[in-house]
Design a protein around this ligand. Structure first.
Ligand code: NAP
Length: 307
């Protein structure tokens, strides 16, 4: 039986791994479907302390992994489908069929991109509809794209896409942005970026690939056709808590509930990062929670006499 298993290899999971590994607990990390977490889907991270020139998201998370490995953390590529309590710990069933047991668990499974839920969006997934400009932006060289959303992610995606696209149009459902001031300024001042306010996409249209969208003005209900070659969604994230439904306490949006010491409702199970964070969702707060959860695991295991 493992002393501690950490679910997720994003910055929360990796920080928890650094701390638990340094405490000689030989943590085992399970990657989940998005190895490295959301940082691998972002461009430059400018606000992580210690990197005055900024750092690429993927590089930051790879450095965290290496740091954890240096102290003995083990990594496994697989996905947890089932969680259950057993005598003296927990059992996890993986997609591969393997079952793993552990005395303590840190859930740092993060959150994944939210989709609009349109049938036409589903049809054009990977054929013009994307949730990741970093991954797919280069396909839109000299093309025109729309970005949906008004938060920091939408501004970041829009700015990144200006490297390739000739025109980037941000479609937002309100007339004020949610994004931080600095990101708003960068986007609104960019000559390739324009905004369509109070509007949502009612349909993605195309033939083999996307050729446009139908936009609905939410104030007038008027529907207009808008030509574009790509649609990038940046409308927030959904916490990855599916295997824990009915087992661990979740809030009404599906986020894993935990107290301020990262304890969930089941002793021995701890939360860290975006799977729990409904408010800040920053790389640095995820790292902080990973650290907290790891220290709490150490105390929990010591208390149980597991060294
Ligand atoms: P977010 O802040 O929750 O913003 C989501 C945006 O999508 C909002 O503008 C929201 O509109 C819109 N939206 C949500 N559901 C929608 C729907 N069904 N249809 C149309 N629009 C919809 O999410 P985020 O931008 O991913 O950011 C998450 C967190 O990460 C934030 O704390 C952010 O600060 C942080 N972040 C920081 C950076 C950075 O510092 N550079 C970069 C990326 C993310 P409303 O505004 O009307 O609700």
């Amino acid at each position: 039986m493992e002393k501690v298993i950490i679910l997720g290899t994003g910055v929360a999971g990796c920080t928890a791994a650094i701390y638990t590994a340094r405490a000689n607990l030989s943590p085992l990390l399970i990657s989940g479907p998005e190895d490295g977490g959301q940082l691998t889907l972002t461009t430059e991270v400018e606000n992580f302390p210690g990197f005055p020139e900024g750092v690429e998201g993927t590089e930051l998370v790879n450095r965290c992994k290496k740091q954890a490995e240096r102290f003995g953390a083990k990594f496994k590529t697989d996905i947890v489908t089932k969680f259950q309590e057993i005598d003296d710990g927990f059992e996890l069933t993986l997609v591969s069929g393997e079952k793993l047991q552990c005395h303590s668990l840190i859930v740092a499974t993060g959150a994944s991109a939210r989709w609009l839920g349109l049938e036409s969006e589903e049809k054009y997934k990977g054929r013009g509809v994307s949730t990741c400009a970093t991954c797919d932006g280069a396909f839109y060289k000299n093309k025109e794209v729309v970005v949906i959303g008004g938060g920091d992610s939408a501004m970041e995606e829009a700015l990144f896409l200006t490297k390739f696209a000739t025109k980037v149009t941000v479609v937002h459902r309100r007339d004020t942005l949610r994004a931080s001031k600095i990101m708003q300024e960068r986007a609104t001042n960019h000559e390739k970026i324009s905004f369509i306010w109070d509007s949502e996409i009612s349909e993605v249209v195309g033939d083999k690939f996307v050729t446009g969208v139908k936009l609905k003005n939410l104030k007038t209900n008027e529907i207009t056709d808008f030509k574009c070659d790509g649609v990038f969604l940046a409308i927030g994230h959904i916490p990855n808590t599916k295997p824990f439904i009915g087992k661990l306490e979740l809030d009404e949006q599906g986020y894993l509930k935990a107290d301020r010491f990262m304890h969930t409702n089941i002793p021995g199970v701890f939360a860290a990062g975006d799977v729990h964070d409904t408010k800040y969702r920053q790389a640095i707060t995820a790292a902080g929670m990973g650290c907290q959860a790891a220290i709490e695991v150490e105390r929990y295991l010591t208390h149980k006499g597991i060294e």
